[in-house]
Design a protein around this ligand. Structure first.
Ligand code: COI
Length: 353
């Protein structure tokens, strides 16, 4: 592999770290490589961040053959930069690729290109508490053809964005609307994949959520409309009667890396954590009998986001007095402590650059 590097002559001013929000600013450079059937992935390059030239007939614009990942680079107290379980993201990328008939990437090679890109953009990794550099790898089908078929040409790219909190609320508990009309995915579909279409299909529910003053919706299963799946951009955990429960992965839920890490950490921290089917009725029953102790979401972008209210139709269920509960708080401290290099990484999850 020959990685070509073209540096910008016009570096941008860095944004104010206290007002980053999520995904609004982009660094000076990006990584890109092309795929051509019969050749494979080729022309790996780091170039100035800028618009793509593409045909209006490019297949991704019509048929949505697009997948992505999300991970972060963190600034450690010693000033170095580190990644959190990056190979988990790149391996998941290939699982999404399989589902969408997109050619797999060589994860080791892409990891090496990513570290080179991060070396070039090191100054873009913010220093303020709670901020990081969000890394967005993605692949899209480029054939300029309107026939529906698996594309023969693709772009794989990595763009970088300095970010703060995903939710404007920060760690303040969010309100989540239980969606009872639309569904996000069904087993056999692509719910487990990080496919652009999964997010497109979720947008309609965003309107209803906002109309109820909610940050996002909680999806129920697509068949019985009974079992809990996930929240818009997060997996979800319930603490009921001392036990931490998250819906089992059965093909329609995204296998979050934060979800997996929380399950592993919770065990180590002495919480009883399980993956199993959990119905909305069970959650409401637990609320009624006072055993619903905490609800929180997990995701790379959202980290750990406490849920303060579940809204179903015109009913509101307040959780943990609308505050972040002790379990979510302890797991948040532990997880972010490891991610930012403030706590010892006994699990060997981090990669220092
Ligand atoms: C992430 O947590 O990285 C996500 O992919 C959520 C994103 C859609 C904002």
């Amino acid at each position: 592999m020959a990685l070509r590097i073209e540096l910008t002559n016009n570096p941008k001013a860095k944004p104010d770290e206290s007002a980053l929000g999520f995904g609004k600013y982009f660094t000076d450079h990006m990584f890109i490589m092309d795929y051509t059937e019969g050749i494979g992935w080729h022309d790996e390059r780091i170039v100035p961040f800028g618009p793509l030239a593409m045909s209006p007939a490019a297949m991704v614009l019509h048929y949505g053959q697009a997948i992505f990942e999300g991970l972060k680079a963190y600034r450690r107290p010693d000033g170095k930069i580190q990644l959190f379980r990056p190979m988990e993201n790149l391996n998941r990328f290939n699982r999404s690729a399989d589902r969408l008939c997109i050619p797999r990437i060589d994860t080791e090679m892409v990891f090496n290109c990513l570290t080179k890109l991060l070396e070039i953009e090191a100054d873009w990794v913010p220093h303020s508490a709670g901020t990081s550099l969000y890394i967005r790898p993605f692949a899209v089908a480029m054939d300029p053809v309107l026939g529906v078929h698996v594309a023969n040409t693709y772009h794989f790219m990595i763009i970088l964005s300095p970010v703060g909190n995903y939710y404007a609320e920060g760690l303040k508990p969010v309100r989540i609307l239980v969606e009872d009309e639309y569904v996000r995915a069904v087993r056999g579909g692509m719910g487990f994949a990080k496919a652009a279409g999964n997010y497109a299909v979720s947008l309609i529910a965003d309107h209803t959520a906002k109309a109820h003053g909610c940050a996002q919706v909680l999806w129920l299963d697509g068949v019985e409309r009974k079992y809990i799946e996930e929240v818009g951009s997060m997996n979800i955990f319930f603490k009921i009667n001392g036990q931490l429960i998250t819906p089992a992965l059965q093909g329609s839920i995204l296998g979050g890396i934060t979800r997996k890490s929380v399950l592993e950490l919770a065990g180590k921290m002495g919480f009883d954590a399980v993956e199993r089917q959990i119905s909305i009725d069970e959650v409401l029953q637990a609320h009624a009998d006072g055993t619903l102790e905490e609800v929180f979401g997990t995701g790379t972008a959202a980290v750990i986001s406490p849920v303060g209210h579940l809204v179903i139709g015109d009913k509101e269920y307040r959780i943990a007095d609308g505050e972040m509960g002790p379990c979510a708080s302890a797991i948040y401290d532990k997880l972010t402590g490891i991610q930012f290099g403030k706590l010892e990484d006994e699990m060997d999850w981090t990669v220092v650059l």
